[in-house]
Every structure is written in C-alpha cells, then in structure tokens.
Write a protein that binds this ligand. Structure first.
Ligand code: 6PG
Length: 261
C-alpha cells in the first residue's frame, strides 16, 4: 500500500525585485525534500508527455542529495521514463568523477546508479579536464542539445550558498558577466579551486527554475536575497531571472525563518 504523503506547505507568490516567485515553506527538511522530488517527477512527466523528452539541470552540493535518492527509489523511480530524460549539471568542481567532491559522483551514487537512464543522456562536466577545456566541451554539448540557441531546460535545480552564490556563480567572479557562452570556467579564490558553471544566459532560459534551500544556516542569506529590490552581482542568486519561465523556492521552516510572516 503506497503511503500517501500529505504535505501542506505555506505557499505564496511574492515579488522578488519585480519578478514573481512562488515560495513554498515546509515544516521540515524531509518534507521539503519529498515535495521537491514529487515536483520534479510532475515536471518531467509533463515534459516527456508534451515534447517527448525531459531535460533537467541538476544542482550540486548537499541539499539535493536526499531528493536525488528519493527520485532513485520506489515509488518515484518508476514514475519517470528515464530513457526519455536528459540530465545536465548546474556546475562542477574540477576534480575527477570519482572524487568525493564531485557533483557528478554524488548524483551517480544517489540517482544514476538506481535508474535506467542511457549513459548518453547524462551530460557530465568533465571535472578531470583542464577547466577551460571542460567549459568549452560542455558549452559545445549544450549547443548540440539545444540547437535553437536557448538552453530551455524543462527544470533547472539550484541551491543557495551562504554568500548568495548559486551553481558556481560566486560573487566577484568573471563568470557573473559571461553573457555569450552557456558555460564557463572560473577560479574561486576563497575556495582555492576551479569550477565550471552554467552562466546566467543558460540558467535563465529554463522553463522552470527551482531553488532548494534548507537549514537554519541559510536563513540570513535567504532574507538578504528576498530583501533585495533588484538583481545584484554581490548576491548572484538575485540575478537568476527566468526570461520566460517560472521560478519557485522550496524551503524548510528553518531556512525561511526570517522571511516567513
Ligand atoms: C555546488 C553547488 C552549489 C550549491 C550551494 C549550496 O557545487 O556546491 O552547485 O551552488 O548548490 O553551494 O550547497 P549546499 O546544498 O551543500 O548547502
């Protein structure tokens, strides 16, 4: 008997710097993660039904780990036609794919190892390459997969860092102003390492953008993002503004503590 989860978030449409965003606040990280997985399944099913293919950009970091695990487990695993889904990455640390810091490795462990997705449908950023070469190779792959020049991901999953970064669009880096390529490489001084990231041009072309944020440690940056009246490169997540798609935030109560009325 499949368990029916009643998840009753606080849902509001808010104006964030003149753009409308849907905010969902869940009682716990667990409920937020389950609701996120259900939303991903919903969007991917519609994409496959309407266009024959679902194209999703996956965020790295720790927040989405449990969501990917849910997607790779029953009952959700069998609700997606994985053979018709293409997976991309919002960004990657420049390490080999079997390195503990690799976003690909995390996704492989939690999701790819559990679903029948053709390897050719997984568009990995080659962390083992020299950063500039990896970025160019990923950019070419995106151009091939989106020949009309717009990376219209059906869903782009994003996280939020404590400094307001998202993907690997970190404050004060040249990646923020890259407006031609779909992907670029950058050195992150305070981390002392290289990254490859999708650019705003690529992220903002998505049909749907979904931020997943949980934990009390994110409450201050969430407040700063939501207080921003306009996009600011000092808070890179505020520059995520879909050109024609939607933007939603999935929070647990802890992360939303300072914006929740
Ligand atoms: C990465 C991510 C990054 C992440 C945020 C939040 O490669 O780390 O793409 O943008 O989403 O840093 O990370 P947590 O989910 O671990 O807090």
């Amino acid at each position: 008997m499949m368990q029916v989860f009643m998840i009753l978030p606080t849902t509001e449409s808010v104006l964030m710097g003149q753009q409308k965003a849907k905010v969902n606040i869940f009682r716990s990280a667990g409920e937020m993660e389950l609701a996120s997985a259900l939303e991903i399944v919903r969007i991917m099913k519609i994409a496959v039904e309407e266009r024959g293919v679902g194209q999703m950009g996956l965020s790295g970091g720790e927040t989405p780990r449990s969501v990917y695990k849910l997607l790779g487990s029953q009952p959700l695993r069998s609700q997606v036609h994985w053979e018709k889904v293409h997976l991309f990455f919002s960004d990657e640390r420049m390490v080999p794919p079997d390195d503990a810091g690799s976003n690909y490795r995390m996704v492989e462990q939690e999701l790819l190892s559990a679903v029948d997705i053709p390897p050719a449908n997984v568009h990995r950023i080659k962390g083992e390459f020299e950063p500039g070469i990896a970025a160019k190779e990923y950019d070419r792959e995106l151009s091939k997969m989106f020949p009309n020049g717009r990376t219209e991901f059906d869903l782009m999953l994003l996280g939020l860092g404590g400094d307001g970064h998202t993907a690997s669009l970190f404050p004060g880096t040249a990646a923020l102003s890259e407006d031609r390529a779909f992907a670029t490489s950058l050195f992150v001084p305070h981390l002392g390492n290289w990254r490859v990231t999708l650019t705003y041009r690529s992220i903002n072309s998505a049909r749907a953008i979904l931020f997943l944020v949980s934990g009390r440690q994110k409450s201050k940056i969430v407040r700063q993002i939501f207080d921003a009246n306009e996009p600011s490169m000092t808070l890179p997540a505020t520059c995520v503004r879909p050109t024609h798609g939607s933007i939603s935030w999935f929070f647990d109560e802890e992360a939303a503590a300072l914006i929740n009325p």
